[in-house]
Design a protein around this ligand. Structure first.
Ligand code: PLP
Length: 385
């Protein structure tokens, strides 16, 4: 099988796996217990915090380990809602991950303002500046890299603008780590990430806070994480996540090289399949990501046929059994609702070879011909991916 769904999740790297196994075998005691072994594990936890904080240019006391990016985004949005004045608004991109957008809508209600998107998949910076100048904005939430299109958002620029304007800035950087060299997070008040996007384990993540985030509490019910997240720390997974983050440095260059394979793949597809659209291909994108709108046939049919040929790709859109919700990104870019059922997201990893991309391109060609010859008949059921 050739795995082309790295934006959904990644396999454990060798350092991540070793740290996880060591953690499960030798570092499993509760770091808050009162004996020497616990102190040892507590120290390992704090060493990991220090390492990760250094990478994020934050102080270790500002770093809170969580059960993933969804938890961290929820916690940040809810915390901010308590901090900013009641008459100020939350500004977000129109294509944030649901862990941001749904929490924002349910917490801020009518006080959520969505930015306009440019055709290339980035937010419209001019719209952001106009909005900041004309509306009472208390906080801005902008993802670093869109999980569907891979388009890099101008988050560093926005964080500078927000800092100058005295607006809090939250950056969901879940899709940034493992794809890019370190960014400048110094102007972000909240930075969120999770292990399983950069070859660490699932169910573990972090939020880096600004130094004045007093009273931040992701979960109540315990004094762990300096009272900011109740619950026994998942030390093996935390150690594994930080080991994976370190190891990622050694393969980031290889990840960068994926862009030439991806671009060739898209050129080939565009030649063979008329009217296919590659979203975001004029913007800077994550090097591993291609998000395409097929000209015909529902995406689940493509995905199944590619799966049968040994290629794992995703529809990329938020589908759930029995119902479709169109992708917020496609909506923001002005695509029709139908287009949401025709998208395919392909996302590779550092070890994906040029020949894997070429084989995928041939498989697309085969599936196209098969679907054309079978006409429009076939299963239109939507599955959860
Ligand atoms: N934010 C973005 C941009 C993501 O891509 C994801 C993962 O799909 C998440 C948040 C949620 O991360 P987790 O699975 O760790 O809760």
């Amino acid at each position: 099988m050739a795995y082309f769904d790295y934006n959904a999740t990644t396999p454990l790297s060798s350092a991540g796996k070793q740290a996880l196994l060591d953690g499960l075998e030798s570092n499993w005691v509760n770091p808050s217990s009162p004996y020497r072994d616990s102190a040892r594990v507590h120290n390992l936890l704090e060493e990991s915090r220090l390492l990760l904080a250094e990478r994020l240019q934050k102080s270790p006391s500002e770093l809170v380990f969580t059960g993933g990016a969804t938890e961290a985004n929820n916690a940040v949005i809810r915390y901010i809602a308590r901090q900013i004045p009641e008459d100020s608004e939350l500004l977000i991109s129109p294509f944030e991950h649901p862990s941001v957008s749904e929490t924002a809508d349910s917490t801020f209600g009518g006080r959520v303002r969505r930015l306009k998107a440019l055709k290339d998949g980035r937010i419209d910076l001019e719209d952001l500046i106009d909005t900041i100048n004309s509306v009472n904005i208390g906080v801005c939430s902008l993802m670093a890299v869109n999980n569907e299109s891979g388009v890099v958002q101008p988050w560093e620029k926005v964080s500078q603008i927000c800092r100058k304007a005295g607006i809090l800035m939250h950056c969901d950087a879940s899709q940034w780590f493992g794809k890019f060299e370190e960014g400048d997070f110094s102007n972000c008040d909240f930075v969120v990430g999770c292990g399983h996007k950069f070859c660490g384990p699932k169910g573990v993540g972090f939020v880096a806070l600004s130094s004045n985030s007093h009273g931040f509490r992701s979960q109540l019910g315990g004094d762990q994480e300096s009272g900011r997240r109740g619950g026994t720390e998942n030390v093996p997974s935390i150690l594994s996540m930080v080991a994976a983050m370190n190891e990622a440095e050694s393969w980031l260059q290889k990840m960068g090289q994926q862009s030439s394979f991806r671009d060739e793949f898209e050129d080939c597809l565009k030649t063979n399949i008329p009217d296919l659209v590659c979203i975001g291909n004029t913007a800077t994108r994550a090097p591993n990501t291609s998000f395409i709108v097929m000209p015909r046939f529902e995406n689940v049919r493509w995905v199944r046929k590619l799966d049968l040929r040994g290629f794992q790709v995703s529809t990329g859109s938020a589908c759930s059994t029995g119902s479709t919700h169109s992708s917020p990104l496609l909506e923001a870019l002005g695509f029709s609702e139908d287009a949401g059922r025709q998208t395919i997201r392909i996302s590779s990893g550092p070890e994906t070879l040029g020949s894997d991309w070429q084989a995928l391109s041939s498989a697309f060609q085969e599936v196209w011909e098969e679907l054309l010859s079978s006409g429009n008949s076939g299963n239109t059921e939507v599955i959860s991916i």
